[in-house]
Design a protein around this ligand. Structure first.
Ligand code: PLP
Length: 397
């Protein structure tokens, strides 16, 4: 076999990709075992039947050929209108590229921001693909470490120091945050915006959880003064409309950036299927109520999870202000997140994600996706707490 490129062989930096417990759980399920899967951010509801009907109608109506590479004009207009309405920033279709999901948008944004070998900053804890997405784009990922006792919010002074030291080209942030549930307050975003301006960074703002806010309010940094020209917003229908498998998202940015990204898309993805775009347009046209209905179970389960955790004192919950997860501090068990997650899977067939999959700041934690129905979630969390208590040699309640 000819040699593999270092670009591809180094995507995971020689370590694991962070998904091992998830793969083990999936293998158990494939072998016929019953596992409570609280790993990935996938809704238990599936895509709304009306959206699927719209997809079917579009495909049967003939929208199965190559679609326009930047996205259909109708969908680009609808995404632009949604963003303009929510942020107050004038936005047109020329500011929007439709992508095959937020993940492809993350990759494309780094391709745009960084030349090979240049540094791209990201915040730890992070969504598991961030460093690999940056490496895939040929850039060098450098983490800005946050602390649990500071709400996992990045300090502008840390970003500034690292940007200066590395001559970084971009900073990737995510609010509402996966895995921590943090919703960045205005002061944090304003301080980061100042650093981005001073250091001439692209601010890549991953806002795929913008419809899942339980406390505070979502603020897009693109709406801060002067930031529209250096912010690339990553959006997606995955979480807002339970359309994870449809692979549809977008990048919103300045027109010259979108023009460059259209060239990139022409030579990589060649766009997104037209019938998926038509279904997405239909979904967006249903208005905010559909999004609120998709988000509602996660708010309810966040409260439920916090109530279960509140009944004991071995496992500590990080208060989730948004997104579809809850982070649990399990350090009192004496195990790290990975050992705890593996032991929990073996002992009780409950699968959660080790904090270490999301970086060093989340070590000793596990992330629980709130993606099973309420009773199953309550049972799983009660079992998890009792298991943690048994490891910590503490009473369960
Ligand atoms: N960004 C974050 C923070 C995520 O959690 C995810 C998926 O879980 C994505 C981006 C990618 O989402 P998608 O590619 O499904 O739009």
């Amino acid at each position: 076999m000819p040699q593999l490129s270092t670009r591809v062989t180094s995507i995971n930096a020689g370590g694991s990709d962070g998904w091992d417990v998830f793969y083990r759980a999936r293998a158990m399920v494939a072998a016929g075992e019953r596992v409570t899967e609280l790993t990935i951010g996938e809704h238990d509801t599936g895509t709304d039947a009306r959206i699927l009907d719209a997809m079917h109608a579009a495909a049967r109506g003939g929208h199965t050929g190559y679609a326009m590479v930047p996205g259909t004009p109708g969908l680009r207009d609808a995404v632009a209108a949604r963003i303009a309405a929510r942020t107050g920033v004038p936005t047109t279709r020329d500011n929007i590229l439709i992508t095959p999901g937020g993940q492809a948008a993350l990759f494309a944004a780094h391709m745009l921001a960084c030349d090979p070998g240049e540094t791209a900053l990201y915040v730890d804890p992070y969504y598991a693909t961030y460093p690999g997405s940056i490496r895939s784009a040929g850039a060098v990922p450098r983490a800005v470490i946050t602390r649990a006792d500071a709400g996992f919010l990045p300090e502008a002074s840390d970003v500034d120091a690292l940007a200066g030291q590395t001559q970084a080209r971009s900073l990737l942030i995510n609010t509402p945050n996966n895995p921590t549930g943090a919703v960045y307050p205005r002061a944090t975003l304003a301080a980061l915006a100042q650093v981005a301006e001073a250091r001439d960074l692209w601010l890549i703002s991953d806002e795929v959880y913008d419809t899942q806010v339980w406390e505070g309010a979502h603020l897009s940094p693109r709406a801060l003064p002067g930031m529209a020209e250096r912010t690339l917003v990553i959006g997606s229908m995955s979480k807002s409309h339970a359309m994870t498998g449809s692979r549809i998202g977008w990048i919103c940015g300045p027109v010259p950036a979108i023009d460059g990204l259209v060239d990139l898309a022409t030579n990589t993805t060649y766009g997104v299927p037209g019938y998926i775009q038509d279904a997405s347009l239909f979904a967006l046209n249903q208005g905010d109520d559909v999004e609120a209905a998709v988000a509602a179970p996660f708010r309810r389960r966040r409260d439920l999870a916090q109530a279960v955790i509140g009944r004991q004192n071995v496992v500590r919950a990080i208060p989730a202000q948004g997104a579809m997860y809850i982070m649990l501090d399990i350090r009192a068990t004496g195990l790290d997140g990975e050992a705890f997650a593996n032991a929990l899977l073996d002992a009780h067939r409950i699968a959660v994600m080790p904090g270490e999959s999301f970086g060093q700041a989340a070590a000793g934690h596990v992330r629980v996706a709130l993606t099973v129905e309420d009773t199953a979630l309550e049972t799983a969390l009660t079992t998890l707490c009792a298991f943690a208590a048994s490891l910590a040699h503490a009473p369960a309640v």
